[in-house]
Design a protein around this ligand. Sequence first.
Ligand SMILES: C[S@@+](CC[C@H](N)C(=O)[O-])C[C@H]1O[C@@H](n2cnc3c(N)ncnc32)[C@H](O)[C@@H]1O
Length: 242
Amino acid sequence: MSAQHGDLEHDSVCLENTTLWGRYSAESIPTKSDVSLPASIIASATQGKKVNNILDLGCGVGRFLLDLLDHIPVQEALGVDINVEAIDLAQKSTNNKDIHFKVGDVLEMECDTKYDLVTLQLMLSVVDDRVRLLQNAKNNMIPGGVLYLSASGVSSDINPKYKDLYERDFKLTGEMHTYYSRDPTTNEILYKTHHFTEEELDSLLKEQGFVNIKIHKIKETSSRRKEEQAYFLYASANKKND
Ligand SMILES: C[S@@+](CC[C@H](N)C(=O)[O-])C[C@H]1O[C@@H](n2cnc3c(N)ncnc32)[C@H](O)[C@@H]1O
């Protein structure tokens, strides 16, 4: 922790991820532009069955959901995010009356509708309570419904900078592979993020009662630092049929 930014960082370390995301600049929210891999993973998980509706938890500015809808035409879609500015931008990006965006904490909310498909793009890594997020995703799904998610993968073996980050912040976060993502100029903490091993993600999904879990590990670049190599995990699973 630098002396210059010591107070700022100390304050940020005390803040929960939900608070940090609520004040994040919407246009800088990390995202991925290509939805072809998620779309093909979802197509294989739905096994040709029609998807009537989609719930996107932590939708950011809505780009992922809107692009996904070009591949998966549905009757209704809802995106939810804690960031008011992001939801405002998302709402302005579409005139389709069957696509809705709303501000909400995905760890708390419960929808009136149950969804055929729930998506968590780059979400599971950046919430403090992963169990609650997955339980809430499951509660909002129909029995047999599909969960799609992507998350950061442990990348120390392909990029030593991640090894350093994991080791540096372990004493602050108390969890290996969890570190604070920081602004490169000010060193201010932006959010806390966790990188998963495949085994860890598989166990977490099993423990929350998901079945038919499939995980793909892909070498890409960091969603915020495009010059850095990193693994991403893409997963699909089903909620059990009653
Ligand atoms: C890494 S970004 C991914 C955004 C989007 N899924 C995408 O891929 O473009 C994580 C998003 O989760 C949102 N978020 C984090 N915690 C949240 C919470 N508790 N409730 C709702 N949204 C949350 C953030 O505001 C941010 O938009």
